[in-house]
Design a protein around this ligand. Structure first.
Ligand SMILES: Cc1cc2nc3c(=O)[nH]c(=O)nc-3n(C[C@H](O)[C@H](O)[C@H](O)COP(=O)(O)O)c2cc1C
Length: 217
């Protein structure tokens, strides 16, 4: 049987599904992003709205984890989380982030660099209210990123809040809500044959207009 080591060195594929030329790319990166997100959704990619979110910790190390994109209105990308989690603390200290979407079947990656702010409490309330009750209770039961003794502790916590809110609507915990990423850079990567990939980057200029450049792969 082949080992991982053999396979890691020999696994490769050519990318040839699509191309991304300046003539086709939208002048506005939000339009380009919306088109690629829609393509990923139409392709039925599982968790097509999942992206890696990188933050900086207080030792200067990058930290990365997956979160789900929930909104793209108001020229921002919104995700929801626990404000007291590690990522929440990191965002409180440094509001700079990098986000990365990878849609493997589409041979596409999008990198976004920007700053974050918390969404309005009313918007977090509205989204929280739309979640299934079990997820609402889990937001109360999980002290996200804290060390816990075992699984039983988590489940006991869930049972505690299930009882506390029995017959009532579950309110949003104050420490749970959304962040919106306001991008200053988008990079669209389209895989091409022989590693000659297309990379189109959009940056905000001094007048807050987007300009487009091609990067070498
Ligand atoms: C597919 C997927 C989707 C996820 N979505 C979220 C999310 O939307 N919000 C969130 O807080 N964590 C989400 N998580 C869990 C995070 O990756 C992470 O484990 C958690 O937020 C704690 O991160 P932190 O300790 O760095 O704060 C998701 C994980 C996966 C694999």
């Amino acid at each position: 049987m082949k080992s991982n080591e053999d396979d890691l060195k020999n696994t490769r594929r050519d990318y040839n599904r699509q191309i991304l030329l300046e003539d086709h790319a939208a002048a506005d990166p939000w339009k380009q992003f919306a088109a690629w997100l829609e393509d990923a959704r139409n392709e039925n990619i599982v968790d097509y709205n999942a992206f890696n979110l990188a933050t900086i910790d207080d030792h200067g190390f990058p930290q990365v984890r997956v979160v789900l994109l929930r909104d793209t209105g108001s020229n921002s990308l919104t995700f929801f989380t626990n404000y007291n989690s590690d990522k929440g603390k990191q965002l409180n200290a440094t509001n700079k982030v990098c986000a990365n979407f990878y849609w493997s079947q589409m041979e596409r990656q999008v990198r976004i660099v920007g700053i974050v702010e918390k969404v309005k409490p009313a918007d977090s309330d509205a989204y929280f209210a739309s979640r299934p009750r079990e997820s609402q209770l889990a937001a109360w039961a999980s002290v996200q990123s804290a060390v816990i003794r075992n699984r039983e502790e988590l489940e006991a916590n869930l049972a505690k809040y299930d009882k506390e809110f029995e017959g009532k609507e579950v309110p949003r915990p104050e420490n749970w809500g959304g962040y919106r990423i306001m991008p200053r850079l988008f990079e669209f990567w389209q895989g091409r044959p022989y590693r000659l990939h297309d990379r189109i980057v959009y940056r905000l200029d001094a007048d807050f207009a987007w300009f487009m450049e091609r990067l070498s792969p």
